[in-house]
Ligand binder design. Structure first.
Ligand code: WT7
Length: 660
């Protein structure tokens, strides 16, 4: 950790929002931000009551917080229906016929769903789920691509109090199967296939393979997105599988028919969703988010951070399968009544100017994307950007990993025309909503720094020894107290939740990130300091990769580490020792790559697989990861070509000390 922190950038450029942006901004000065922030700490109940005033509380809460740390609950006695706050409330306003989702498919077709239309779709799907026997608290898995129905699926679950578990469409059948079984989902919502770079990702076929081994799963509902037996053949299994459109058109029970008007209200602490993410063991964690606290956090941050206006067309490029898609495609912006743009496919399909063509075509005003995408755009060349009119843009956002100042400057100049503020937003699957950023019309931005704490959030840093850090001293990033949108538990494993996040520094939340906080209270995040990698903005646990690899019959031991990568932030390098009698070489390398595709998904493919005759170990037998990271970083050219490396020699040179 210390190496990374010592080499922290000392970046001193600063950018103030323009006068014109500031003039129209919701929070338009440093003082206004400070007043709100201080109030959020001094009088949290009053702050949150006002901030969430627009949400529909069917039973208003009187208790803001009960308990502390990892045992906290928020808005404890309040009741609400999340879908009502995101949809119904707009139907009584001029937003009723406003676009909720403007969607462009990869082949180029456009669909617009107004709030009224989205409401209708959600009600119909919710009614169908209810009639299939889905009860409040039941889990529903969603394995879909970027289509409006994926958002409708989430909101339909919310409407009947079912807990959705969205699984990113890039995950393999095996990964889907494990997530369905861990959460105990009884229904799966999927689609025949999704367009990706001109090809079809056969989601239904992959789901079929997964559910062969999901004993509790009773129903599969399949949307026809590709709708072509030639391009994407599917089989609907009698008794288990339902065609989405046919199912929604079927007659409904009286109870289901009443869903359009009066959905049931649920406790603020009722679980809204489970979302799996990687941790430091081989088993992904299903983080559980609540209805009230999560929605409050997503709503308030969407409103203030993106400074949403009725005239905005807001685009978050994340996939619905990650938390960014949950909070900033669905719950945050829809609860604010925003018009959201949604795109199905790849950024370079059919060519690298796709994003910029869509911004021009639709008049998109806010773009929220990831540094890894920005670095890819830089590499593809400015010519793809400058031929398009991007003057509709007024605000840019970044999320998912630290953004290097060069990429930040390019984003500002080439995409933002030196006119748009950039909000770098730091948060995690666990935090539910943005915790650190610079409110765009209020305060200056520093390229590379996530910025200042959001309302109610107090970040702090401790050294390895647990001592508080001085200004600019690097350390472990903590959040000092619980906040409404934090995950409440890990599905089925509350002890793991408390151990991972709350016990190492009693009472404080441990983020797993390293950072420094500068003299202006700006947080500079360096990245993960636990055994989690951030590969192109995708969170991958080293232990998950390792346990997948040792599951291959030829592998004896495996160690996965990250190496710095110009494009992806981090690249994945694995060191593998083979069992006796097995041959390390190109064939096994190809087989192991395929094995990862199958066990986790293509997005987790190692960038390099290196065979070693033994892994370097400390005297107590722990793999010397720091040494492997050095080897991975310093020896890139060897990458995929090396056969057997003698790493034990290196370990011997280092004396095999217990250094980590
Ligand atoms: C990890 C969380 C939050 C949605 C997407 C990722 C890194 C995230 C930033 C940022 C520096 C960032 C952290 C964090 N991260 N945003 N703006 N600056 N680092 O969610 O998969 O749960 O990953 O992503 O390392 O811990 P996630």
């Amino acid at each position: 950790m210390t190496d990374a922190i010592v080499s922290l950038l000392r970046e001193d450029r600063q950018f103030l929002p323009s006068d014109s942006f500031r003039a129209a901004a919701l929070v338009n000065s440093k003082e206004a931000y400070a007043t709100l922030y201080e109030r959020s700490l001094a009088e949290p109940a009053n702050f949150w009551r006002e901030a969430t005033d627009a949400l529909v509380w069917r039973q208003p809460w009187t208790v803001f917080q009960e308990g502390t740390g990892g045992s906290s609950t928020f808005f404890t006695d309040g009741k609400l229906n999340v879908s009502e706050s995101c949809l119904d409330r707009h139907l009584k306003t001029p937003n009723a016929h406003k676009a909720a989702i403007v969607w462009e498919g990869e082949p180029g077709e456009v669909r617009v769903l107004t709030y009224r239309e989205l409401h209708r779709e959600v009600v119909r799907l919710a009614a169908a789920l209810l009639d299939l026997g889905v009860k409040p608290g039941d889990r529903v898995a969603v394995y879909m691509g970027m289509v409006p129905e994926a958002a409708a699926a989430m909101l339909a679950c919310a409407r009947i109090g079912a807990v959705h578990s969205v699984v990113f469409g890039g995950f393999s059948s095996e990964a889907l199967r494990d997530r369905i079984n861990d959460s105990g989902a009884k229904v799966l919502l999927t689609q025949d296939g999704a367009w990706r770079r001109g090809g079809v990702v056969p989601l239904k076929a992959m789901a079929d393979k997964a559910v062969e081994n999901c004993p509790n799963l009773a129903h599969v509902i399949c949307l026809r997105r590709i709708d072509s037996p030639a391009k994407c053949p599917i089989v609907l299994r009698e008794g288990r599988d339902h065609d989405w459109a046919t199912l929604l058109a079927a007659p409904r029970s009286v109870e289901a028919s009443s869903l359009a008007k009066t959905p049931e209200a649920f406790s603020a602490e009722h679980p809204l969703f489970v979302l799996y993410t990687s941790g430091s063991t081989g088993k992904p964690k299903g983080l559980v988010h609540t209805s009230g606290g999560y929605l409050a956090g997503a709503h308030v941050t969407a409103k203030f951070v993106f400074d949403l206006k009725p005239t905005d067309l807001y685009w978050c490029t994340a996939d619905v399968g990650w938390v960014t898609g949950h909070s900033y495609i669905v719950y945050g912006p829809l609860s604010c009544g925003a018009s959201c743009f949604m795109y199905e496919g790849a950024p370079n399909a059919p060519d690298p100017s796709r994003f910029w063509r869509m911004i021009e075509r639709h008049g998109i005003t806010i773009l929220y994307t990831a540094p890894t995408a920005i670095r890819a755009f830089i590499r593809w060349g400015d010519e793809h950007v400058v031929k398009h009119d991007l003057s509709s843009l007024r605000l840019l956002g970044s999320v998912g990993e630290p953004i290097n100042p060069e990429a930040w400057m390019w984003y500002r100049r080439v995409i933002g025309g030196d006119r748009c503020p950039i909000v770098d937003t730091w948060w995690q699957t666990e935090t539910g909503s943005i915790l650190v950023t610079t409110l765009p019309g209020a305060v200056m931005s520093k390229p590379g720094s996530a910025g200042l704490p959001m309302f109610g959030i107090v970040p702090s840093l401790v050294t390895e020894a647990g001592e508080p850090c001085a200004a600019n001293e690097g350390g472990k990033l903590l959040i000092d107290a619980a906040w409404p949108s934090m995950a409440r538990t890990i599905w089925g494993d509350h002890e793991r939740y408390l151990d991972t996040y709350w016990r190492a520094v009693p009472g404080k939340y441990i983020t797993g990130d390293g950072a420094r906080i500068d003299q202006d209270n700006y947080t500079w995040v360096i990245g993960r300091i636990d055994d989690v990698l951030n590969i192109a903005g995708h969170r991958i646990g080293t232990a998950e990769i390792e346990s997948a690899l040792v599951g291959h019959p030829a592998v004896a031991e495996a160690a996965a580490v990250g190496r710095p990568d110009e494009l992806k932030g981090q690249a994945l390098v694995v060191f593998v020792t083979v069992k006796s009698g097995q041959t390390a070489g190109p064939e096994l390398r190809a087989a192991l790559t395929e094995h990862i595709d199958k066990e986790i998904g293509k997005f987790a493919r190692p960038d390099a697989i290196r065979f070693a005759d033994a892994l370097p170990k400390t005297r107590s037998g722990k793999i010397m990861r720091r040494l492997l990271r050095d080897v991975a970083a310093g020896n890139e050219s060897k990458g995929d070509t090396s056969t057997l490396e003698d790493l034990s020699v290196l370990a011997a040179l280092r004396g095999g000390k217990d250094e980590e």
